[in-house]
Design a protein around this ligand. Structure first.
Ligand code: ZN
Length: 103
């Protein structure tokens, strides 16, 4: 007895080999959803910065070369993000010192 596979989104019966649902057109396999496309990853990078990295590596849509480029860009963003946080921290510390001890 074969288990009948259905689409996660619209529950239409599907073939095991299908990558996309015939009824609603959505992806059926892990790593093929919108967030794994170039558009999805760029959007994630803008929203979440370095946290988009796992999506880059789980994606089965983008090429290995693209994965390295995305990773480099995301790590660079992450680096500048940490640097900015550190500078902000120093600035707050300096301002607090000035307020406490006068100029
Ligand atoms: Zn469907």
């Amino acid at each position: 007895m074969n288990e009948i596979l259905t689409c996660r989104h619209c529950h239409t019966p599907i073939e095991e080999t299908d990558n996309f649902c015939r009824a609603c057109g959505r992806s059926l396999k892990q790593g093929y959803s919108f967030w794994f496309t170039h558009t999805g990853i760029i959007l994630l990078a803008l929203l979440a910065g370095p946290f988009a990295l796992p999506f880059v590596w789980m994606s089965k849509i983008i090429s290995p070369v693209a994965k390295w480029i995305y990773s480099a860009v995301l790590l660079l963003i992450g680096y500048y993000f940490i640097l900015t946080c550190y500078k902000l921290f120093l600035l707050i510390q300096t301002s607090t010192n000035m307020l406490l001890h006068g100029f």
